[in-house]
Design a protein around this ligand. Sequence first.
Ligand code: PMP
Length: 408
Amino acid sequence: MTLDVEAIRADFPILERRLPNGKRLVYFDNAATSQKPQCVIDAMSEYYEHYNSNAHRANHTLADEATTALEGARDRISSYFGTSPDQMIYTSGATEAINLVAYGWARENLSEGDVVVLTEMEHHADIVPWQQMSVDIGIEVRYVPIDLESYTLDMDAFEVALEGASLVCVVHTSNVLGVRNPVEEIIEKSHAVGARVLIDCAQGAPHERIDFDSLGADFVAISAHKMAGPTGIGCILVRRDAMEEMVPFMTGGSMIKRVTTEGSTFQEGHAMFETGTPRIAEAIGWGAAVEWLEQFDMEEVHGHINDIASWTASQMRGIPGIRIYGDPGRDDSSGAVSFLHESIQSQDLALLLDEGGFAVRTGHHCAQPLMDALGVPSTNRASFWIYNTMEEADSFVQYLQEIVDRFA
Ligand code: PMP
């Protein structure tokens, strides 16, 4: 069965949008955030229109309905990620998820001189918390370089960096290069030396079905907003034994059992790490997004996106002055084409593309160490998802060619 992309597109009202200049929107900024299908928008509106109430607090009907919906979403989302609800902690996104590991696990379990291994292709969300831990508790941070020929991780260097490591934090799929890292091998090798492993799946989860229990990582960070869900929610999946080693880094309402003027006792398990009023509408929206995604075979989705990305990159390589960073033609690459033109500034190029209706991202993509490794301050990035089409890619390549013909 092939994907019915026209039917998929019909689920996304925004794809009908025309820009103020009358151009039809071609949305190629999916690695920044995906669009949301109508069912996600409806699920969130339904909550606000019919049962808006706080969860886990009162006994009235609306509060019951809100609590049931919040926990029902947790059941659905954790099951989608191949695990059970007790191993899932709601966060505001992947950034908070990684910070929770830094402040809730590392600060408690690591000390001066302990080694945390990162890669040069991490998002800032998986760099800065570790730099802070280095200031706070004196951990040593090591970075695994990328091989600039293949744009993949240098696995020999990884083995060297692993020596004596306590924690390894690796992005599943780069939001800049689209490259998927060999996370299974990384997890196996890290566990063999006794290191815990965190995998940042913010970019991977929209492209591949992540099965937490069989993957075997200790921590997996996920964002809803790149996989058809709303902004403001994500989670950290945590193996039970690792969760037992964690302490809360935010305290207050919801996460307590009993508070007196003398002190407080805390809830157990994931409830200890979810402080304050939960993100109820967002969780419900994410649950609806996961239900929507469940109808697709993610391998087919990946194949569709990969076809568009590799075709687009191959056409772009024929446009004089365009250089592509990464190898979108790889089978495991996931729909991000980062590029620059040798004489048209990246910001100017993005504005010219926007005039044609094409939304692409320009900048460092929150991955400045990767930009440093590539030797550029920024790139343009076209990133594709389930609802993009070959026709859109074709019109993009033609428009880019016209820009280059006119301005280069
Ligand atoms: N890691 C990667 C690889 C990402 O692409 C992103 C989002 N661009 C993040 C982390 C941060 O995720 P969030 O927006 O949910 O905080």
